[in-house]
Design a protein around this ligand. Sequence first.
Ligand code: GN1
Ligand code: MG
Length: 348
Amino acid sequence: MLNVLNLYGLHEGDYTLENFGSGLINTTWLVIGKQQRYILQKINKEVFANPQLIDDNLQLIEDHIKKHNVPCTFVKPLQSHMGKTMVYYENEFYRLSPFIPSKTYTIVSDVNVAFEAAKQFGKFAKSLSELNADELYETIPHFHDLHLRYTQFLQAIKSGNEERKVQSEKLIESLQRHVIIVHKYDDIVHNPLFKLRVMHHDTKISNVLFDDNNNGIAVIDLDTVMPGYFISDVGDMLRTYLPPVSEEETDFGLIETRDEYFKAITEGYLSEMKHELKPEEINAFVYAGKFMIYMQALRFITDYLNYDVYYGAKYSLHNFNRAKNQLRLLECLVEKEEQYNSIVQQVL
Ligand code: GN1
Ligand code: MG
């Protein structure tokens, strides 16, 4: 694999590799040299059918940033000697990025960190708000299409593993009871007041780099930057910063939504995006959380019924537990919906 480095003009003998990060989809290494460090990633071909589109999107973004002189808020992968950031080597796609000395988190345990991360993703969205989202490719078609995710869930109930189906019956029923979240999504995509924007689509906390004082340095993981709705980015922040534990937690009693974190996310994101978003969009701020949590629960249970083909599993109940975790979180958020809607109004 180190041979890939040659394509970027580096000499492979000068470097060693270490596994790095917590991503579920791509494989990531820290490349350690005497003077320089880099991040090397192998793109998951099952998930990204056409990895070249990631590169094409980044090029469009870079051109836009240069032309309009907007501040760049993300870490750009390096160009190979062919002028591409994505390289093809022995049947796999790779990319290399500079390693930025920084701190990252997998769980948010400081409201200032939640504020700062939300501000970074708000800045990111704002800096690209003039770029016509239609120009970007969908690197994963229908990635956050909740309607499709629900259909896939129904399909998995029909054709998935029998034993797992029986065992998940209660969870499946509970999830079906929240189908109204899909109906609202359908309304949103047909509502011209919800603008198609350039969205990050993976705003979890581990995708923000912080300095020693917990100031945000940049956002990373740009594979899923593509056209979408603001509910994707705000939603995934709510999904991952509101609870004190991660989607991996199996002590479901620990799951709750933390009010002060809700306020911090709202303040952080709106400090950048307040004037970009239409009132109708802002009204869907809490809905964004329900949308993303529900979709993630559906994706996990669908994968469980389909024998973990997408996410993989470290133990047989892994994706079942992840789905259960997300359902619990959804229930917590639904309980707080009214209260959180008024926090959004206060912040405004
Ligand atoms: C995947 O690979 P990672 O951890 O960045 C997934 C996200 C999910 C997330 C759940 C391309 O992201 O959509 O929210 O797992 N990415 C893809 O942890 O499916
Ligand atoms: Mg990702």
